[in-house]
Write a protein that binds this ligand. Sequence first.
Ligand code: SF4
Ligand code: FES
Length: 235
Amino acid sequence: MSDVTLTIDGQLTIVPQGATILQAARRLDKQIPTVCYHPHFTPPSLCRVCVVEVENARVLAPACSRIVENGMRVQTDSARVQRARKGLLEMLDSAVDLSDAPEIQAYANAYGAEPARYGAQIKRRAFPLFDDNPFYIRDYTKCIMCWRCVQACGEDAQYTFAIHRAGRGFDAHIATFENVPLPESTCVYCGNCVQACPSGALKPRREYWLEHGLDLKELARVSQLERREKSGDAK
Ligand code: SF4
Ligand code: FES
């Protein structure tokens, strides 16, 4: 396979054909922020936080999925790129609880995101907490819709297909098919989705309840009660 020559922030570089701009930039130690991108999954190109400016292109390009071309001239941190990233991070921060997403918070700070400037127009995404299985909690109020859990559950890793996208627009969310409780879905509790989630929306159950004030003894008691209730022996 032949190589491709391009310029990134004025630096000439040669990378293998088929590389993405992100891969090429990382070879030059350029820091491009990413949110939905996961190195082991197909880039879904959903968050657009990784956008860069390609000379003569009308729109900004997602670095995580845009394949390099010979003679391409890329700006990874121009004023236009910074404005776009700031706006995207502001919208994310204004709609989603990012309290468990330190990496995204750091990006928001670095780009000077000011979600408060939307004032009264701010609408937060809110969903009920799903605590419906012994292994992990689903708190979609913290979900940034990056798609990584769906990829981990589906054809990028586990081939289980227990979850998918439901709803539209602002109300789009991740759900089991027919919104059944997780134990009634095809979930095999592999944990791949929890590992892949960058926002704390998916969290091991023990970790979640310890963070929310239950001590280990109390947690063991609650789990025991639940097991008994399930087996019909709730004494
Ligand atoms: S639950 Fe986590 S991994 Fe899944 S889409 Fe939401 S933020 Fe991404
Ligand atoms: S990291 Fe590239 S679009 Fe999300």
